[in-house]
Design a protein around this ligand. Sequence first.
Ligand code: GTP
Ligand code: MG
Length: 220
Amino acid sequence: MIVRKAELVATCALWKQLPEDDLPEIALAGRSNVGKSSLINRMLNRRQLARTSAVPGKTQTLNFYRINDELYFVDFPGYGYAKASRGERQKWGKLIERYLLERRQLRLLLLLIDIRHPPTALDRMMYEWAAHHRLPLCLVATKSDKLSRMQAGKHAAQIRHMLKVPEAVPVIPFSSETGEGRDALWAVILEAAGERNEQPDSRAAEGGADLRDVPEGRRP
Ligand code: GTP
Ligand code: MG
């Protein structure tokens, strides 16, 4: 993937602030400090487009990055960040939940989990919630540079096993430091972004879209 253009076009705290064009959206969720913003920078080969920090809680709004005028990455505030006030967390929580359940443009949710540790209770909750709602998912096991290649493979398999992730859902070891996993992740993202765009046409030939195939929460 050649990134010609990447820009932060919206930072949203309210539903009505979400961008109104129709580009496919790839969202990133994961606990605070897991590496969501760093992953965006590495995928785009931009150093500090998405602001990162060693202090958790850097990202505080839904941030929309438009790439090549083709798709968006949507960076979420991390969960499990103790310092944010309860009110703040509830506000984001509501917006994120509504976004994940209702946003028509959402094509893929990247769920980031630190490869060094077993999934936390919050990771598990997030995964189970997303799987229950049949969101299109890809797991990304971050900070793979912190382990040997063999350990990284083993830990990624453990994450799959512990969360009972079906084979159809990828678990990709990824490092924002070395770029490991970048190509594999782009392949998954581009497939997800393209797939549903093409659906209306191919389905029209078969007699139109069938809503039964669309997860309930995502029906128009
Ligand atoms: P919030 O915005 O607080 O939710 O955090 P985030 O998930 O966006 O994390 P961020 O990208 O800001 O990274 C947090 C810290 O982890 C930073 O100090 C990064 O440098 C570090 N980090 C992120 N990805 C990697 C990685 O792949 N390898 C290593 N070694 N460090 C990483
Ligand atoms: Mg961030």
